[in-house]
Design a binder for this molecule. Structure first.
Ligand code: CNA
Length: 297
C-alpha cells in the first residue's frame, strides 16, 4: 500500500487497495455500511438524458445560444440581463422546466439512488436544476440542490413568493395573452423567476448548512460530470478530511483538484462497470425497465 493510500487512517476507515474501478468497488463493499459517501454532481450526469451541459465545446448550451443574441452566454442566467430582457430566459425555461420535455434519469442518477437505498449515501450535492436525482428516487432530504430548483418561484422586484405551477403555466403560454408571463408580471408587480440560482445570487441555506454538517463524515467523495468551474460549489472537494478518498468521473480531466482515482470518459460507462463489480445488477435492470416503459413496449 502506497503512503498516500494509507494516510490519516482512523479505526473504521478502510484504505483504498488500488486506484481503479475494482479498488473503488472493493472499498464500497468492505467499508462499514454507514452513510459516508457524498456525491457532487454536475450537468455531465444528465447529458445522457438529452440535456446539454454548459461548457462542452459544440454541444454545450453556451455554444448554442446564438438565437438569443446575448452579450455573453452567461447573460442568460444573469439577474441584470433578465430584468432588462427576460424573453431569452423564459424561452429557455420552457425546455429546462422539469417534466416538460420528459427527460428521464440516467444510469448515473439510478446509481446515486441505489447508494441511498443501500444506506451509503450521506448526501448528493447537485448543481443541476433538472430534478433527475429525485426522479430516480433519491429522497429530497438527501439532495442539496445547490443551484436551486424550479420547485418554487419568486418575484424579483418585491420578493413575493409565487406558486411555481402558476409560473410554469405562464412560461409554457409564452409572453403575451391572458396566461402569459407578461400578465403574471402585472399580477405580482414584477418579473417572476423560478428559484434557480442566477450568477451573483446567493445559494440556498441548505447548501451552507450541509457543507458544515456533512463533509467531516465523508469517507468517499464521488465527483461526477462537472467542470468544477462555478464557485462556491467548486470549493466542496476541499472540504472532506484528508483521509477521504476522492474519485472523479468526468469526460475532461480536472486533476488540479487532487483525485485519488480519475475515471475519464462517460460517467454512465464507468457506473456500468462499477455496479457490475459491485454486483448491484438491480441498477442495470431498473435502467432497462425504464427504457422499455418509456418506449411504450
Ligand atoms: P459544465 O461546466 O457544463 O461541465 C460539465 C462537465 O461534464 C464537463 O467537464 C464535461 O466534460 C462533463 N461531461 C459532459 N457529459 C458527460 C458525461 N456523459 N459523462 C461524464 N462527464 C460529462 O457544467 P457544471 O455542472 O460543471 O456547471 C455548473 C452549472 C451547469 C450549474 O449552475 C447548473 O445549473 C448548470 N447546468 C445544469 C444542467 C442540468 O440541470 N442538467 C444543464 C446545463 C447546465
Amino acid at each position: 500500500m502506497g503512503p498516500l493510500l494509507a494516510r490519516g487512517l482512523s479505526q473504521d476507515f478502510v484504505p483504498l487497495k488500488s486506484r481503479c474501478i475494482k479498488g473503488l468497488a472493493d472499498w464500497i463493499l468492505t467499508s462499514p455500511c454507514q452513510r459516508n459517501i457524498i456525491v457532487l454532481a454536475g450537468a455531465g450526469a444528465s447529458t445522457a438524458a438529452g440535456i446539454p451541459d454548459f461548457r462542452s465545446p459544440g454541444t454545450g448550451l453556451y455554444d448554442n445560444l446564438q438565437k438569443y443574441n446575448l452579450p455573453t452566454p452567461e447573460s442568460i442566467f444573469s439577474l441584470d440581463y433578465f430584468r432588462k430582457a427576460p424573453d431569452a430566459f423564459y424561452e429557455l425555461a420552457r425546455d429546462l422546466w422539469p417534466g416538460v420535455q420528459g427527460y428521464r434519469p440516467t444510469l448515473t442518477h439510478r446509481f446515486i439512488s441505489t447508494l441511498d437505498r443501500k444506506g451509503r449515501l450521506l448526501r448528493c450535492f447537485t448543481q443541476n436544476i433538472d430534478g433527475l436525482e429525485r426522479l430516480a428516487g433519491v429522497p429530497s432530504e438527501r439532495v442539496v440542490a445547490a443551484h436551486g430548483s424550479f420547485d418554487t418561484a419568486t418575484c424579483v422586484r418585491n420578493g413575493k413568493s409565487v406558486p411555481a405551477e402558476e409560473l410554469r403555466q405562464a412560461v409554457l403560454s409564452g409572453k403575451e395573452g391572458p396566461g402569459g408571463w407578461q400578465s403574471l408580471r402585472e399580477k405580482y408587480g414584477g418579473l417572476v423567476k423560478p428559484d434557480i440560482v442566477f450568477f451573483g445570487e446567493n445559494l440556498p441555506a441548505s447548501f451552507f448548512k450541509h457543507r458544515t454538517l456533512d463533509f467531516c463524515k465523508c469517507q468517499l467523495l464521488l465527483v461526477i460530470g462537472t467542470s468544477l468551474s462555478v464557485y462556491p460549489f467548486a470549493d466542496l472537494p476541499r472540504e472532506p478530511p484528508g483521509s477521504c478518498i476522492k474519485v472523479l468521473m468526468n469526460r475532461e480531466d480536472i486533476s488540479e483538484f487532487g483525485f485519488d482515482i480519475s475515471l475519464l470518459g462517460d460517467c454512465d460507462e464507468h457506473v456500468q462497470e462499477l455496479v457490475t463489480r459491485l454486483g448491484w445488477q438491480e441498477v442495470l435492470k431498473e435502467m432497462a425497465d425504464s427504457k422499455t416503459s418509456a418506449s411504450g413496449d
